[in-house]
Design a binder for this molecule. Sequence first.
Ligand SMILES: [Cu+2]
Length: 128
Amino acid sequence: MNRKAAAVLAICMAVALAVAGAALSRSSATPTLKGVVGPGYTISLKKGGKKVKTLKAGKYRIVVSDKSSFHNFTLEREKPSKPKLEKLITSTSATTTKTIVWTLKPGSWRAYCSVHEAQMHQDFKVIK
Ligand SMILES: [Cu+2]
């Protein structure tokens, strides 16, 4: 085989591998968490209809339905606090549904509205 043919073959194999890899990662389902904030002073994060208390560390699809224009939905790892893992998923003024995919690492986590955190929060653990 000449060098050019070898290079073409190598490229074809790389493409085939990439396609197979994408198909694999799609078939291994990412679990979905559902967050709801508002319209009142309530916030929740659920998995399969149940309030999240403990999760296995890993990648999650997080779908947040923000039903209020004066609350937000924030997800943060509180312990350990470093490195900082915090995400404002829906902003305060927005009334929207937003989906993110995020890797949750082990620790103590909190879903909360940063404007009214004292009354609007849900704590949960992420374990290895
Ligand atoms: Cu709020």
